[in-house]
Design a protein around this ligand. Sequence first.
Ligand SMILES: Cc1cc2nc3c(=O)[nH]c(=O)nc-3n(C[C@H](O)[C@H](O)[C@H](O)COP(=O)(O)OP(=O)(O)OC[C@H]3O[C@@H](n4cnc5c(N)ncnc54)[C@H](O)[C@@H]3O)c2cc1C
Length: 568
Amino acid sequence: MTTVTTDTDVLVVGAGPTGLTLACDLRRRGIACTTVDRDTTPHIRSRGKGLQPRSLEVFDDLGIAGAALAAGRTHHHVRLYSGGRLALDLDLPARPPQPGVPYPNLVVLPQWRTEQVLRDRLAALGGTVELGRELVGLHQDADGVTATVVDSGTGATEEIRAAFVVGCDGGSSRVRALTGIAMHGEGHEEHFVLGDVRIEGLPADGSSFAWFDDDGYLAADPLDGSGTWQVQASVRPDAAGNLETASLELFQHLFAGRGFGHVRLHDATWLSDFSPRVGIVDRYRAGRVLLAGDAAHVHSPAGGQGMNTGIQDAYNLGWKLDAVLRGRAGHALLDTYQEERIPVARAVLTSSDLGHSAFFSPHPAMTFLRNRVLVPVLRLAVVRNRLLDGVAELGVGYRDSSLAGEAATGGHTGDGEAAGVVDAVRFRHGPRAGDRAPDAEVCSGNGAPTRLFHLFRGTHSSLLLFGGSAATDAGYRRMAATARRVRAALGDDVRAWIVVPGDRKPQHLDDVDVVLDPDRDAHHRYAAAAEALYLVRPDGYIAFRSRPATAGPVLDHLGSVFRLHAPA
Ligand SMILES: Cc1cc2nc3c(=O)[nH]c(=O)nc-3n(C[C@H](O)[C@H](O)[C@H](O)COP(=O)(O)OP(=O)(O)OC[C@H]3O[C@@H](n4cnc5c(N)ncnc54)[C@H](O)[C@@H]3O)c2cc1C
């Protein structure tokens, strides 16, 4: 018998990295959120084992960057064999934080550990994952969605009524099928075997091994210092077209073929066969049902982007669902989720496809290029850093989004401050609306060191009002008035700071928050040689920027996105 038992704001279907990130973001915003997963226990598969720098920034905001860093490794050592010879032996120590980038390193940890970190955070926020609960039906009307979920233990069905349903249920998404959203794409011709196994005979010093030969590819990556490795290999069909499936014996045989017969593999906790698919949906939203992560886009693991793209889908969607559910914005805000994230997914599909061909294609010309060009150039630090920066996802942004706005009237502000031509040119070349808002070292009003990312942390938007080098008392008073008007319009959804170049707090700024910028680091990162305003979204992207820092343009922009409070 079916009984309606639950009402919730958001039903998250699937508790992989995408669903867990979304559930954490919604819970910390106080949104009622039910998360179901058809698996009866959390899985222990290593799958996506790389957290990219941008995902760490998301985790920082969710309060779990430290836990992810503690569970993974940022010092990488790679031994790459090509044509039977050691072609590269690279030691890649963790890079120190860079200006504007607090997490510059790829963190390697098995996906199940990343999910555990997220589940722990969800529990701390008062949320749970309802395991053994499979979504089998969806029906939406004007007011909400009724989802049918089957309990795998009892076979009982339950109906969950939600304002929105988000399908984070992976590449074979049931939500996608039930909603009638099509995924277009094709499969790669290469086949892979992979698994998590224990290995004796390879050095336990954190080194990863990869072999590229005419026969294909084999790799072994240490996972967590406990002796477990992720092994991957490409396999080719025999003359009759048959493919070998993943087994310890097959991997043992592949290691022996590379002259590593002394290595012993045992105790597999996961073995899998896999042919990468490349596909993307034509839309991320059908009414009150949305898709995120692998449910919306699948591609080759080359480049390590899949899980990270899903985490960022969730982070883009969370604050928008929150604003709509609290009546602060209309449903049109949800269309910007697809508008912003589809181009990102398309770019990831293209780049991972290129990476896939470069590293895995069995075509003789590609094999030649790989062995003679690609592997040798990886010796160059400049090439390696380019490749790592290319997948760090710090360059992902939404400049073309309808949520990105700029206004630069320049010239005199009426209170003695004037921006010169050089200031205007600098500002033009600064971070643009839609770009990731950079971090910077600043001090709080009482002189204690802090960072912009620390100010951004939380569920609010952040208004930064830069004084610029020629700030005057009158200019500060005007910026304070801008801060007050934006706060009145958005309420607790925004926090505002006047960023003062120097180490002295100006007088008469008692009713606004001030941060000091003694080294001008923040002014420099935001190209604010003269007075400027930046509004940063809750997900860390620049929503709007203008110079000078007057209230009119930013309020016009906010009014086009949100339902603002009426002026007092
Ligand atoms: C070998 C390999 C290596 C990879 N390497 C990387 C890497 O280095 N970096 C990277 O970023 N990505 C990598 N990926 C990709 C990454 O694993 C996926 O992109 C990621 O798991 C997607 O997360 P997700 O939460 O969207 O979906 P999933 O992780 O697939 O989670 C979906 C969840 O939904 C649940 N579910 C499914 N159907 C239902 C239903 N009807 N009802 C309820 N629950 C349901 C499932 O049980 C599952 O828990 C790799 C993948 C593979 C296979």
